[in-house]
Ligand binder design. Structure first.
Ligand code: AMP
Ligand code: GLY
Length: 440
């Protein structure tokens, strides 16, 4: 089987790695991939002809490539190509793809749509109101902060904003300046023209990735993966600015059977009901961003893809064949899929470039002490790393992004996995490298 993996992050390297372990997979094309996928077993990077896979020309170029090269299955990693309809285009061209179609992708692409969906189908979530008029939004915020002891207010830009669309305002001044920049100055473009103002929830965040297959006329199923926890803040102890994720651990500490049952009842079941009632043809992956408090789950957000960096911690725990799972998802035959997990835990801390999440250094060679790394049993999933120009497969990479790589280590429990992961990070070096020391 030949598989096309769309995307260029650490998540896509982890997907390519896991797919390569399937005996059925003979070749993997990563479009565009990164320095890690370039050296991965069975995997080659391909340029996206026509440009960006989120643009129509890029999607047509990829579909043509898939046809010409006998690709049996495509898997899309990031949200932008999904929201721009890559799944619909591939299916129209007769190419099997695991990924949300454009209609389902609205669950991530529009927070207003997602909140309306949650309300309509009884998915347990924070209270919220939508605004498209900045004056109305300001008035609401002023009222909110007028009350004594008012909680923070969560401001969410409606559209896709690459992780920059959510602000937690502590007071009216903060809310006012955020609303002005989103709605009037349009710092996020049209994505911030409308906003959701949401109740602030306390608790512990947990990420649940899941496979979903629900098409009109079929029963439909959502199969959740093991739980995971992302660490979004830049510095130890959850301090500092938000990032794309400084590391993940799976399973998430404290996500007990009891909490999982609550999640299934109050989040998964109504979500599946809604997907079916809305007539979506959703054959892909879904990500539930949860806030758990007193063993009750509330949904913060849907993403219509696997999480990054959660995937780097979750896929190594998957015992089942990931290619089989993706095929079952794409073909709509997921019901009854015997998804199996290993015991133990995985810790995946990210190594970032100096300056991240602000402007960061680039172009530094990444040195890996392979013997020392091998002793820990950990593996590296590259993200913001490209193969050095003219470099042969397996040759050194250099840094090209803020989150450069994650090491992913399995252990008998979180503490064991974490100890191994940090030993593994000791085998990696690039100028200005930094990482959180408290993942897991
Ligand atoms: P979202 O993109 O909706 O997941 O929001 C990004 C991050 O903002 C989440 O991972 C949370 O850390 C935080 N967040 C979002 N909504 C809320 C909320 N209602 N209460 C508290 N924190 C939130
Ligand atoms: N780790 C959060 C996300 O993938 O959006």
């Amino acid at each position: 089987m030949k598989i096309l993996v769309i995307g260029s992050g650490g998540r896509e390297h982890a997907m390519a790695w896991k797919l390569a372990r399937s005996e059925r997979v003979e070749k993997i094309y990563a479009a565009p991939g990164n320095g890690g996928t370039a050296s991965e077993n069975k995997c080659v990077n391909i340029a996206v002809s026509g440009g960006d896979p989120a643009a129509e020309t890029g999607q047509e170029g990829l579909a043509a490539f898939a046809k010409e090269n006998g690709v049996d299955l495509a898997v899309a990693g990031p949200e932008a190509p999904l929201a721009a309809g890559i799944t619909d285009r591939f299916r129209a061209a007769g190419i099997a793809i695991a990924g949300a179609d454009k209609k389902s992708a609205r669950l991530e692409a529009s927070k207003i749509y997602a909140k309306a969906f949650m309300k309509k189908y009884g998915v347990r979530a924070a209270e919220s109101r939508n605004f498209s008029d900045p004056e109305d939004a300001l008035k609401y915020a002023r009222n909110h902060f007028g009350a004594a002891g008012a909680a923070p207010l969560v401001i969410k830009a409606d559209g896709l904003a690459a992780g920059k669309g959510v602000v937690i305002a502590e007071n009216f001044a903060g809310a006012g300046s955020c609303l002005s920049s989103f709605m009037k100055d349009r710092t996020l473009g049209d994505a911030g023209a409308s906003v959701v103002l949401e109740e602030f929830l306390e608790g512990t965040e947990v990420s649940i990735l899941a496979a979903v297959s629900a098409s009109p006329g079929r029963k439909g199923v959502i199969i959740p993966f093991v739980s995971a926890k992302d660490h979004k803040r830049r510095f130890d102890g959850d301090r500092g600015p938000n990032t794309g994720g400084m590391g993940a651990i799976a399973p998430a500490p404290g996500f007990t059977e009891e909490v999982r049952d609550d999640f299934f009842e109050h989040i998964v079941k109504p979500t599946l009901k809604g997907i079916k009632a809305e007539g979506m043809d959703y054959r892909g992956f879904i990500f539930f961003g949860l806030m758990v408090q007193d063993r009750r789950c509330r949904l913060l957000e849907y993403n219509v893809r696997l999480g990054d960096p959660e995937t780097q911690a979750v896929l190594p725990l998957m015992e089942s064949d990931f290619a089989d799972l993706c095929l079952a998802v794409a073909s709509g035959r997921l019901e009854g899929f015997p998804l199996k997990w290993k015991d133990g835990a995985v810790c995946a801390p990210a190594a970032v470039a100096e300056g991240y999440p602000g402007a960061y250094r680039k172009g530094d060679p990444i040195a890996v002490n392979s013997a020392a790394l091998a002793k820990t049993g950990a593996r590296i999933f590259f993200a913001g790393a490209e193969r050095s120009p003219g470099g042969a497969p397996g040759s050194l990479c250099r840094t090209s992004g803020g989150r450069v790589l994650a090491v992913s280590a399995e252990g008998k429990d979180a503490a064991d996995a974490s100890a191994k992961a940090y030993r593994a990070l000791g085998a990696v070096h690039f100028e200005g490298m930094d990482f959180r020391k408290d993942i897991g």
